[in-house]
Write a new protein. Sequence first.
Length: 114
Amino acid sequence: VQLVESGGGLVQPGGSLRLSCAASGFTFSSYSMSWYRQAPGKERELVARITSAGGSTNYADSVKGRFTISRDNAKNTVYLRMNSLKPEDTAVYYCKRGGAFDYWGQGTQVTVSS
């Protein structure tokens, strides 16, 4: 199992980014996928989750209406579109595969600062 995140970077408050997580080594379309984040000195927290076929999503209250999780099962990729970014969104963002065992990517840094 391999999960590789990309798309992070430095963005000004109010800006947007799209994160991608490319998956391999398993049947991607059979698993729910999630995005988590961890800010310095804080615990890792769930940001968004999407079911295996993409029919259902859920979000942390702090990102509802600003972030959108989606997936392309033909490309084995899950995305996180982040709009109206705030300094408090600054964190390392990780994707995680659902199922009996946790698999994590290496993370991608998102910094929101002017």
